[in-house]
Design a protein around this ligand. Structure first.
Ligand SMILES: Cc1cc2nc3c(=O)[nH]c(=O)nc-3n(C[C@H](O)[C@H](O)[C@H](O)COP(=O)(O)O)c2cc1C
Length: 209
């Protein structure tokens, strides 16, 4: 039995292209893998621990081999719990909107919490940086208001997939499957055809994931 960790990074509920298509992926995945556990995290609902003074001081104290204070340790425990929940999964699914050419701030906050040396990556002078979340596939459903096709002049504005996949690779996840929904804005039918086409594509991809 595997655990699929489903991370929703859009707050738009049923209106969201990325969430409705990722939901279709989950439904098809459940039919194909009925014994698997599916854990869903909605980043706009989740109580993410602040990653500010105390957590940062704890991080720097640990990095420099020092001893964090009790308050810093408390803040660090919340970081460790969030990392443990993330690392417990075997497979990852992201529903990801493009915001200002990049990713929504709640996902950036989440990434800032879980990307920690000794937990999700390591560094040594001999071996450089190495990801510690290895052997786990990821599937990303990207939604964008505009279109950023490979080879086009707009491609360089796509810091959404570039950043996410760079980060996934950094923590060790080299196998990334992608489904791109674009352009979600300006569709004459409100995106009905685009959405249902992407849902069918997601349903076809789910059983082999
Ligand atoms: C705050 C915000 C910023 C956005 N920035 C961009 C952008 O830079 N480029 C783009 O093509 N679309 C942009 N959009 C449009 C969204 O990418 C589009 O509506 C997409 O469908 C959102 O994903 P969702 O439907 O899963 O929520 C933005 C939307 C919001 C709310």
């Amino acid at each position: 039995m595997s655990q699929l960790f489903y991370i929703k990074a859009s707050p738009r509920g049923e209106q969201s292209f990325s969430v409705s298509v990722a939901d279709a992926f989950v439904a098809a995945y459940r039919r194909a893998h009925p014994r698997d556990d599916i854990r869903t995290v909605d980043l706009f609902q989740k109580d993410l621990p602040p990653f500010d003074g105390a957590a940062l001081q704890a991080k720097y104290a640990i990095l420099s081999g020092g001893r964090p204070t009790e308050a810093q340790r408390g803040a660090w425990r919340a970081v460790e719990d969030t990392i443990a929940e993330f690392k417990a999964a075997d497979k990852y699914l992201f529903a990801l909107p493009m915001w200002n050419f990049g990713i929504p701030y709640r996902l950036k906050h989440y990434i800032d919490i879980i990307t920690q040396p000794g937990y999700t990556f390591s560094f040594s002078p001999d071996q450089g940086y190495q990801g510690l979340v290895t052997g786990k596939p990821a599937m990303v459903v990207y939604a964008r208001g505009g279109a950023y096709p490979p080879g086009s002049a707009a491609e360089s504005f796509d810091l959404q997939s570039r950043y996410l996949e760079l980060w996934l690779g950094f923590i060790g996840m080299g196998q990334v499957r992608r489904l791109v929904i674009e352009p979600t804005l300006g569709q004459t039918d409100g995106g009905v055809a685009l959405r249902s086409q992407a849902m069918a594509q997601a349903e076809a991809m789910a059983p082999g994931f």
